[in-house]
Design a protein around this ligand. Structure first.
Ligand SMILES: [Zn+2]
Length: 239
């Protein structure tokens, strides 16, 4: 009886995870983790930055390969290094909104999350001179009210595929890259972390993994696009 009960709880928990957090769950509406698969394209995305010097190292590498990517940035991190965000934008990369504090407790109350999204929009508007239209919630958290709120604000939620489940622990770059390449299909939105929560920290294995992954995908004939181009949606509001 007890083992059955435990099994039941586990199944329910897994089900809840699938519905609320899994990149592939579309249970509460459109939260795309991939785009059109008819072309051999992939969108590299970076969460939780800016976080120096790692963010600039990634950007420098991408620029040297003439590749443009999408950076979902945390409002408090942008406030700490607005010049990094401005420089990423000036290089032709796309900036999206990834909340203000990246704190889990915030996302349990949609009204609180809405305030965080709007405060980050304001910070990015000041930094970029325009307002992003792409949003990624921390941990790809979703629920119906939140997605309705984003749609109500004309914001496009963007999910994706995590490069490696243990990237957060900064395991060896070659391991991260091998998994990232294996997960990539035409149209995939791939998620790396140039930061960690709103706290930053060492991301040197990610920097290296991005280079290895990108070189492997280039060798496989992939082209790189920003998320707005992949999903055919605007990256910014017209002002
Ligand atoms: Zn995040």
């Amino acid at each position: 009886m007890i083992p059955l009960l435990i099994a039941g709880v586990l199944v329910a928990a897994l089900g809840a995870y699938w519905v609320l957090m899994s990149p592939y769950s579309q249970a509460f509406g459109n939260y795309p983790y991939r785009g059109d698969a008819s072309e051999r394209v992939v969108a590299l995305t970076f969460d939780d930055g800016p976080n120096e010097p790692y963010t600039s190292q990634i950007v420098e590498y991408l620029n040297s390969r003439n590749i443009r990517a999408t950076f979902f940035q945390v409002g408090h991190c942008v406030e700490r290094s607005p010049e990094t965000t401005a420089r990423i934008d000036a290089s032709g990369h796309v900036i999206g909104n990834h909340s203000l504090t990246h704190r889990f407790s915030t996302y349990l109350r949609p009204a609180r999350f809405e305030r965080e999204v709007q405060q980050t929009q304001e910070i990015l508007r000041r930094t970029l001179g325009r307002t992003p239209a792409l949003v990624r919630s921390p941990w790809l958290w979703r629920q119906p009210m939140m997605l309705r709120m984003l749609r109500g604000n004309l914001l496009q939620p963007v999910a994706g595929v995590f490069c490696h489940a243990f990237e957060v622990f900064q395991i060896d770059a070659t391991k991260i890259a091998r998994r990232a390449v294996a997960k990539t299909r035409p149209g995939t939105i791939l998620i790396f972390h140039d930061g960690f929560d709103a706290r930053g920290g060492d991301r040197s294995q990610t920097v290296r993994a991005v280079e290895i992954t990108t070189e492997a995908l280039l060798a496989q004939g992939y082209q790189f696009v920003t998320v707005d181009k992949l999903l055919r949606v605007p990256a910014y509001f017209e002002s």
